[in-house]
Design a protein around this ligand. Structure first.
Ligand code: DHB
Ligand code: FE
Length: 281
């Protein structure tokens, strides 16, 4: 049977992708962040993941205000890096796992989570930047990736609690997939940031650290926060942190933190990555 072997929360700041693409990772500005990543990358590769379910939000690249799925699962075999205005990033295509994606769609929909099925979807920085963080610059990404998009762009997004519950439904879906494969779930976006308006550039370190601390043992605090609380405390795009709740819901109740890096600033946002394994009882 398939097994969830790890969970990762990770920001998907586009400039982190650009720093890698343009070989700036040793520069003074970027080194403090990139120098921390080999340890996380080793932890991920030691898990021997076959598939990563990568939760992110599309930033008006594949979707637009014409069509706003609350949750969309990518069932295709291949997803191309999206052109976000400067041409697509020069990173490998993302290869999906169609069988598992369809199995998750079926299982979740029959458990009454109505996922939208995306048979064709370009993936933007929300998906490709975390892949760079996790795997550096390989010729091919070393895992199959099932992209799972969440609407956090246009009100009303789903609640953090709904995201957590979807994570639980994904956990049962994965655990009923008959192949012996290892699956990692990554929730991306955040941490505190706001890209426009009067509070553009806001970073709330205290909020971010609390969010990271609470994921292990007090996640009900994160899970029960309202949209308004997320936005008030973490900025308008801080709402992206609800996507980490899908990752958290897909893990067991008791988890062990294996890696954490929090860094301010990457462009004008806070960057966080945290890695978990289920606690063996
Ligand atoms: C930026 C964009 C994002 O989608 C994000 O999550 C963080 C930062 C940016 O444009 O800087
Ligand atoms: Fe984002």
């Amino acid at each position: 049977m398939a097994k969830i072997v790890g969970g990762i929360g990770c920001s998907h700041v586009p400039s982190v992708g650009a720093a890698s693409d343009y070989n700036k990772t040793k520069d003074g500005y970027w080194a403090p962040l990139f120098d921390a990543l080999p340890e996380a990358r080793k932890w991920i590769s030691d898990l021997k993941p076959d598939v990563m379910i990568l939760v992110y939000n599309d930033h008006a690249s594949a979707f637009s205000l014409e069509m706003i799925p609350t949750y969309a699962i990518g069932t295709a075999d291949v997803f191309k890096p999206a052109d976000e205005g400067y041409g697509p990033r020069d990173v490998p295509d993302v290869h999906g796992h169609s069988d598992l994606a369809w199995h998750i769609a079926e299982s979740c929909i029959l458990e009454e989570f109505d996922l939208t099925i995306a048979n064709k979807m370009d993936v933007d920085h929300g998906c490709t930047v975390p892949l760079t963080v996790f795997f550096d610059k390989p010729k091919q990404w070393p895992v199959k990736v099932i992209p799972l998009c969440v609407n956090v762009i246009q009100f009303p997004p789903p609640t953090a609690n709904r995201c957590f519950n979807l994570g639980q439904a994904i956990k049962s879906a994965v655990e009923s997939f008959p192949e012996d494969i290892n699956v990692v779930v990554a929730g991306t976006g955040g941490m505190s940031h706001q890209l426009q308006g009067e509070r553009a550039g806001i970073v709330n370190t205290e909020f971010d650290i609390n969010y990271l601390d609470n994921l292990s043992a007090n996640n009900d605090i994160n899970r029960k926060k309202t949209h308004l609380e997320y936005i008030r405390e973490a900025g308008s795009e801080g709402i992206e942190l609800i996507m980490w709740q899908i990752m958290r819901g897909a893990l067991e109740e008791t988890i062990v933190e294996k890696f954490r890096k929090y860094h301010v600033a990457s462009s004008n946002t806070a960057f966080g990555i945290i890695c978990f394994e289920n606690k063996l009882l």
